[in-house]
Structures are given as structure tokens and as C-alpha cells.
Write a protein that binds this ligand. Structure first.
Ligand SMILES: Cc1cc2nc3c(=O)[nH]c(=O)nc-3n(C[C@H](O)[C@H](O)[C@H](O)COP(=O)(O)OP(=O)(O)OC[C@H]3O[C@@H](n4cnc5c(N)ncnc54)[C@H](O)[C@@H]3O)c2cc1C
Length: 473
């Protein structure tokens, strides 16, 4: 029997564990343990359920265009728990010049694909619109060097598109500074579109045409909306993985202090003094922890991983009585460009976007704060954050009511940042790892931060570990 140890019980480690479980179920002679330092599994995924409210502390949905998360839900038998965004209110707003302005219809991420809504939107000045339309004629970049999101958008669509759209929407997803975040590692589809079609607008229109019969970019042919979630919260995925992996030994409170390799076998040393040995080891911990664990055995790789930065964010969820609530909440919420000088980065109108998340008679909003551009905000204490958020909501949306609850969650140094040339550094990490047979890395630090990316990455490392062990036996 060959043994695999997985360190880290976030979604990447759990996906790896479930992959091994499926191998064991189909007869592979494997044993598997998953060691998690915290007191619950899920890592960044954490759902609170109380009195009919479903409150996400971290991630609240995932993109359906990357199939790994939906595929995992199907394998786990929880496909019927998947829910999409509310088709009745698909609008998103931008807070600009002191008011909420609708994002023009037909925007695909940030690229206009419909003429009229774009031409008539008050969101951009005439000069800004003309500059964005220049994308149609600007030649493509000749070299294939990575660049920042800001440099890419400025080059193709101009400064206004960057400030009012790309920075709050795209960099906002990553809680990142657009001036440092890598376009190759975050939105490779834009780079690919430029390479293939020269113009982003022409490329998006060509893609739209190819998807003939699909009525909007928000609704792909398979009937999943662009963002999907689970009825009882994303923790349902975590709970079901554990329930459906009886052959895996899951351990909480098991903090790994260091790892060593003894005669080709891996040894995991726990903070509580315990030790566990295995033939293969998957480290599914955040980049800085993985760096610390690798330091004694692979100092160069550890030094590269140490360069990957993490920033702090916070979420503030507020619920109100629906009766006489002063705002229509006729959309998914709004984003706030940094130049507006607010504390809130983005606000999701959760009860409009995912109506099943609140009991009858209530509405719920979730605000996102901090990130690379305003990390100091996320570091403030709970009371201060609640006050700042309520002040912003009053001034932006006119909300004066007392919330029935206001829950503040800190995500300290939780959001990984992919800086320019990130993928080159990761290539070198993976190459160096070949010198450590039986050791595999998984998680958001490497090739995608989204939940589907982490699941795919977890699956791939589990597959590589089981193939390594099959070769060994
Ligand atoms: C606030 C926030 C909002 C987000 N929103 C979205 C979203 O809406 N959609 C989306 O797709 N993605 C979102 N993301 C990104 C996504 O949630 C994460 O990238 C993903 O969940 C990370 O999974 P992971 O398994 O790589 O790491 P983690 O979830 O960080 O798991 C790592 C685990 O390792 C454990 N660990 C650490 N050190 C040790 C040790 N020494 N020994 C044992 N265990 C250890 C930790 O306790 C943790 O459980 C969001 C992230 C954040 C922070």
C-alpha cells in the first residue's frame, strides 16, 4: 500500500483528497491523509448559516466558464444544489461622480460588444468612448512579454476604461493593484484575443458570433449563468467532499511544522510533536507556508515562493428588514473606482443576486474592502469597519435604516497577488520540484486563484502523485 499525505484542507487540498478517494474506490492500492492546521476544513471557503441567512465569509460564487467546480459538484452528487444569478436583475453599477451609473449592456468583462448602449452610456466621456473605440485600429503588441493589467488596458482602450471599468471590475476580483498585476496570469483570454484578432472588440464580436444561438455573454449555452454558487453556501462542497471520502483520514488541528525526506520517503513533522510518513506528499498550503516548509530542503524554490505577495481584505455583510427598505436593489450591486475615495471596493446586493440566501422579508448586502490599493482599511477593527461601511452605504445608496445584523470578517493576508512575470516564476518552481520526486504543490499560489482553478490544480497534483506511486510500485 502506498501512502499520500496532503497538507492543507482548503479547496485545493480537498479536491486532491477526493481525487485520491475516487482512485481508491476504483481499486488503486493507496492510503491518504489530509492534515489541516485550523479547526475547520475549507480554508478561504467558510459559510455561516443562521435563521435562514446564508453568509459567506470569503468567496461567494465561482465562474462557470472554467468547468472544474461544476464537474466536482456533479461527481459529488450535489448538482441540484447549484444556483445561478437572478436573471431578473442582471445589472451592475459603477459609483462615479457621486452616483450609481449602470454598466452599459453588452459589456463582456470590459469589452463593449453592443454599439448603442455603449454610445449612450453616461459612464464614459465622449473622449473616453472615442479612445476605447481606437481598439478597433490599434495594432497588436509585437512581443509576447507579460505586462500589467493597467499597461494592457491603457494601451488598447485608454485611461478612462482603466479607471472606471478595468480597475474596479477586473483588478477588484483579485483585490489587486492593476499597475502590478500580471495580465498573462489573470486574464490570459485578453492576451489571446489580441494575438488572434488584434482588436479586443472585434475578437469578442467574433466569439459572440461563433456562439450563435446564445442570447448573451452572461448565459452560456449550457444554461449556467456566468457566476454560480450553491444553495446552502460554498461550504456544501467542502462538507460533501469529506462525507464522500471515507477512505481518506481527515485531521483538524494538525499544523505541519517542517518536512523532511528520508531515503526517498517523506516525513511530515507536526507542531504537536507527532510525525507521519508517506511515499508522496502534496503541499496545498498558501505560498508563504509552502515556502517555509520547503526552506530547509529547497531554499531556492522557497525564496521564489516567498516573493508571492498576499494582501488583506475584509467583508461586511448587513441584513435589513425588507419592508420600507429605502433602496430598490435592482441589480447585482456596484463597484467603486479608487479615485472616488470610498472605503468600499464593491458591494454585492446578495438578496437580489442570489435570492435564496435570505429568509422571506429581508434583504442582505455584502461589502468588500481592502486589497492592494487600500490594505490599511481591511486592517481596521470590526467596529470601525462597520461604521465606515454604514457611512459609505448611506452616502452612496441612501441607506439610513438600522441593520438587523452587521457581520465583519477579516481575511488577513489572504488574497494572493499575481505580479507581472508570475507564470515565469512558477515555471521555474515547478522545474526545480523535479529534483524532489514525490513532492507536489497545489493551490491558489500557482496557476489561478479562482475556486475552479484551485480544484483543477488539486486534481492535477493528486493525479501526478498517484501516477508517481503507480510507477514506484
Ligand atoms: C475574501 C476572498 C474572496 C474570494 N472570492 C472568491 C470568489 O467569489 N470566487 C472564487 O472563485 N474565488 C474567490 N476567492 C479565491 C479563492 O477562494 C481562493 O483562491 C481559494 O479558496 C484558495 O484555496 P486553497 O486551497 O488554495 O487555499 P486555502 O483556502 O488558503 O487553504 C489552505 C489551507 O492550508 C491550511 N494550512 C496552512 N498552513 C498549514 C500548515 N502548516 N499545516 C497544515 N495546514 C495548513 C490553512 O489553514 C488552509 O485551510 C476569494 C478569496 C478571498 C480571500
Amino acid at each position: 500500500m502506498k501512502k499520500v499525505i496532503i497538507v492543507g484542507g482548503g479547496i485545493a487540498g480537498l479536491a486532491a483528497a477526493y481525487h485520491i478517494q475516487r482512485k481508491i474506490s476504483s481499486g488503486a492500492p493507496l492510503e491518504c491523509s489530509l492534515l489541516e492546521s485550523g479547526n475547520q476544513f475549507g480554508g478561504k471557503i467558510a459559510t455561516e448559516r443562521s435563521d435562514g441567512f446564508v453568509i459567506e465569509r470569503g468567496p461567494d460564487s465561482f465562474i462557470s466558464q472554467k468547468p472544474a467546480a461544476i464537474q466536482l459538484c456533479k461527481q459529488l452528487g450535489i448538482e441540484d444544489h447549484l444556483v445561478g444569478t437572478n436573471p431578473k436583475t442582471p445589472r451592475t453599477y459603477v459609483y462615479t461622480g457621486g452616483k450609481l451609473v449602470t454598466m452599459p449592456d453588452g459589456l463582456s468583462l470590459m469589452i463593449p460588444t453592443k454599439f448603442l448602449p455603449f454610445a449612450t452610456t453616461p459612464l464614459f466621456s465622449l473622449a473616453g468612448k472615442i479612445r476605447m473605440a481606437c481598439d478597433l485600429v490599434i495594432p497588436k503588441k509585437v512581443d509576447d512579454r507579460d505586462e500589467s493589467l493597467a499597461s494592457f488596458v491603457r494601451r488598447r482602450m485608454g485611461e478612462e476604461a482603466l479607471r472606471k471599468m478595468a480597475e474596479p471590475m477586473l483588478a477588484g476580483i483579485y483585490a489587486a493593484d492593476p499597475e502590478t498585476m500580471s495580465i498573462d496570469s489573470t486574464f490570459p483570454m485578453f492576451v489571446e484575443t489580441e494575438r488572434k484578432h488584434r482588436s479586443l472588440i472585434l475578437g469578442m464580436l467574433a466569439k459572440k458570433k461563433a456562439r450563435h444561438g446564445v442570447n448573451s455573454d452572461e448565459r452560456p449555452a449550457n444554461n449556467y449563468t456566468l457566476f454560480m454558487t450553491l444553495k446552502d453556501g460554498l461550504a456544501k462542497m467542502v462538507e460533501t467532499i469529506i462525507e464522500k471520502s471515507p477512505a481518506v483520514q481527515f485531521q483538524l488541528g494538525a499544523r505541519v511544522k517542517f518536512i523532511s525526506n528520508e531515503a526517498g520517503n517523506w516525513c511530515v513533522h507536526l507542531e504537536n510533536g507527532g510525525e507521519q510518513k508517506s511515499h508522496a506528499l502534496i503541499l496545498a498550503t498558501p505560498g508563504h507556508t509552502t515556502a517555509r516548509l520547503l526552506q530547509p530542503i529547497a531554499p531556492d524554490t522557497a525564496a521564489t515562493l516567498m516573493q508571492i505577495k498576499y494582501v488583506s481584505t475584509a467583508t461586511v455583510t448587513l441584513a435589513y428588514k425588507k419592508e420600507n427598505f429605502s433602496h430598490a436593489l435592482d441589480g447585482f450591486g456596484f463597484v467603486v473606482p479608487k479615485c472616488e475615495g470610498r472605503n468600499i471596493l464593491a458591494c454585492t446586493w446578495t438578496s437580489s443576486k442570489f435570492p435564496h440566501r435570505v429568509p422571506q422579508g429581508y434583504v442582505m448586502l455584502r461589502c468588500y474592502l481592502g486589497g492592494a490599493l487600500q490594505e490599511d482599511v481591511a486592517e481596521k477593527d470590526e467596529q470601525t469597519l462597520a461604521t465606515l461601511v454604514r457611512r459609505d452605504l448611506k452616502e452612496i445608496m441612501g441607506i439610513k435604516e438600522e441593520p438587523v445584523f452587521c457581520k465583519v470578517f477579516h481575511n488577513r493576508k489572504s488574497n494572493v497577488q499575481y505580479h507581472v512575470n508570475h507564470s515565469r516564476h512558477i515555471d521555474s518552481v515547478m522545474k526545480n520540484l523535479e529534483r524532489l520526486p514525490g513532492l507536489f504543490l497545489a493551490g491558489s499560489a500557482y496557476r489561478g486563484i479562482g475556486i475552479p482553478d484551485c480544484i483543477q490544480n488539486g486534481n492535477q497534483s493528486a493525479e501526478a502523485a498517484s501516477q508517481f506511486l503507480a510507477g514506484k510500485s
